[in-house]
Design a protein around this ligand. Sequence first.
Ligand code: ZN
Length: 434
Amino acid sequence: MTVIGIDDTDSRDRGMCTTYAATRLAESLEAAGATVERTLLVRLHPAIEHKTRGNAALAVHCDADPGTALDAVSDVLALAVTDDDQTNPGAVVADPAGAVPDAVASFAERAVRQRCAPAEARRLCREAGFERVTRGTGRGIVGALAAVGAWRAFEGWTYECLSYRRQDRWGTPRQVDRESVFAAAADHYPEVWDTVDRVEGTAVCVPRTPGPVLHGVRGETPEAVRAVADRIESEPVARRRVFVTNQGTDAHLRARTLSALEDGGCYRVDATVVSAPETREGGHVFLELGKPRPEDSQGDLPSQSTGDSVRAAAFEPTKRFRDRVRLLRPGDRVTACGEVGDGTLKLEKFAVRGLVRTERVTPTCPDCGRSMGSAGRNAGYRCRGCGTTTDGRVERRLDRELERGWYEVPPCARRHVAKPLVRGGFDAPTHPER
Ligand code: ZN
């Protein structure tokens, strides 16, 4: 099998899109008589999502001979807008006789979780004997090689059916019938997910960027995503292709302890809430997470002197997710997931592991019902009016609205690679957003 990896054909201005380039590549290979076994859409490290919109790399698995593949991919890269200095496409053609080497598979794994250097990608290509084509700075070689290694590197794939617009319509408002999107999404949920956000009322599958994509439907099987795409009423669809993808898999998250978090990484980390969530300007919610406390301790906060703490945030675009985060209290035990940037863990989802059920409050006087005052250091409490005394604070039961289990950002705020709770396989009950 010949594997062709391509990356970074996105142009911010002209509306190209790497998935479109891969679709054109697959079509031209098929027109030349080759059989395309699958097209792979690999989401790489999400921290640079904002730079190349979704940071996608693509691979076409086919039976074309390497020479034909090289010609075809060179033609497609020429389609990429190379006079845009933000577009630096790269392609790799992997030899059909050899298996993908371990080093390339592990490169793919890393490329999903952190930034990788073009120099390393070039070296690995040389060592593996892979052909490469690049334009501009050739930065696209990183994603192209990662896309080649992805099939070996990852397990657990999902599907996306991408439908494309006619070129004369690119950049104009998309004509998509909202009702048909919501109806199809409802009928095929949860096999198909993140098609719409029912609370925000948005058709999440319809992009707002000026590119060639009309809509992209994500789900568990090729049949289901295609069925939903077929039911969406819209302007003419110029072409359509189903991709196998690592979207919706949490492939980016690594389990780490609080003290091991680094800027630029994406993590799953056990922690204890240290400070009450605080809503700041812009509607962003911040809280401090500290070292996890043992399960049987109730409400005793971890020491702040260790330095093992991180600021966590639920930003305004995560919408109603922030309401869940605001319900957390100091002492709650959680597992938090997200990317760390500027020393802040940007929450994508979290699991409630243990909730603080009581709080210690200043006692009230049994005689007059007024709040008692401190009787002095280590001397308990005393009512000024009645003179009654008591030893210390009293416990009061807390009503908690959160439950044990996982909470997530809504579909409108989902990163491509993040796994929706409705997909299952989580280690606690889930509270899916749809
Ligand atoms: Zn009193």
